[in-house]
Design a binder for this molecule. Structure first.
Ligand code: ZN
Length: 303
């Protein structure tokens, strides 16, 4: 196996991406989950999103959640926003790290926010200026990077084009999202490779879904290319909005369990993360897809 990164920076997205795709849960349960996660050693937490409450009622209490969270100084907390208004709210709430989403596929972007990809990129340029003006950073999340539920495969050139435009407009980093779980290791190698060729020094975070069972294989393919920033969701919280009942996000504890045994440090206490996954399961009241939550770590013995 080629040289893997010595250390990963994981962003826990369960409280936002996860809970956004589950039935609404009480504010205090969200706060308890974020606080449980901040005690696991994870370095980054996507805490909330500032979206219109009519569009996503699950996040209507974002301000209340954030003001009740016990801030751990060792954790970088971020907020996801769909537009300028969301960025204003996130900055007013005190967030220093903002993520804004654009879909590489036009149809997906139009269905989400009624704008073409190009129009969204125009808006994002203005948003980045606003965020920078307040001394905060902005990561541009490119959704449907490995496929669109309406258009099917999205050409690599198109994804890299969107990424290049966002960087030109001042993005501090990029995250590619496999929104539909259509990525496979060879597709990961191709898109990451083409991105590195076109944009050599770009900070690149990857967000995989396990909808079709390739989530951790995709992580491994990216690790072999030296990618060290990944999203994951405790317990695998958050279903797949396009296929009811299917799993969405990869589970944080599964990722930690795999890479730590390969000598790649995450800074995360696996047992603490499994504990947080059990808490997440209690909160949403359904069985979560994480297999490490079910089976326990490989080092756990009976008796
Ligand atoms: Zn996701």
């Amino acid at each position: 196996m080629s040289d893997l990164p010595e250390r990963l920076s994981l962003r826990e997205v369960g409280p936002r991406d996860g809970l956004q795709n589950e039935d609404p849960v009480p504010t205090d349960a969200k706060v308890a989950l974020i606080d449980a996660l901040s005690g696991t050693g994870v370095g980054r937490i996507e805490a909330v999103s500032f979206v219109h409450p009519k569009a996503i009622p699950q996040m209507a209490d974002a301000d209340a959640v954030w003001s009740a969270v016990t801030r751990n100084p060792d954790v970088r907390y971020s907020a996801l926003v769909p537009n300028l208004r969301g960025a204003e709210r996130a900055l007013a709430a005190g967030f220093r790290e903002i993520e804004v989403v654009v879909s590489a596929s036009d149809t997906h972007n139009r269905k989400n926010i009624n704008r073409s990809t190009e129009e969204s990129l125009d808006d994002i340029a203005v948003l980045i200026e606003l965020v920078h003006g307040q001394g905060a950073t902005c990561q541009v999340v490119v959704a449907t990077a490995w496929g669109c539920p309406y258009e099917g495969d999205v050409p690599v050139e198109r994804v890299v084009g969107v990424a290049a435009r966002a960087l030109r407009d001042g993005a501090d980093g990029l995250s590619y999202g496999d929104t539909t779980g259509m990525a496979t290791p060879s597709r990961v190698t191709r898109l990451v490779g083409e991105t590195r060729s076109a944009l050599p020094d770009v900070p690149l975070n990857l967000h995989f879904h396990n909808t079709r069972g390739t989530g951790l294989a995709n992580v491994l393919a990216a690790l072999e290319l030296g990618v060290s920033d990944f999203d994951a969701s405790v317990g695998g919280l958050g279903g797949c909005p396009y296929a009811p009942g299917a799993s969405g996000n990869i589970a944080t504890e599964e990722l930690v369990h795999m890479v730590e045994d390969m000598g790649v440090a995450t800074g995360i206490d696996l047992e603490a993360m499994i504990g947080a996954a059990a808490e997440a399961e209690r909160i949403v009241g359904r069985t979560l897809p994480s297999q490490v939550l079910r089976a326990g770590p490989r080092t756990r013995t009976i008796g």
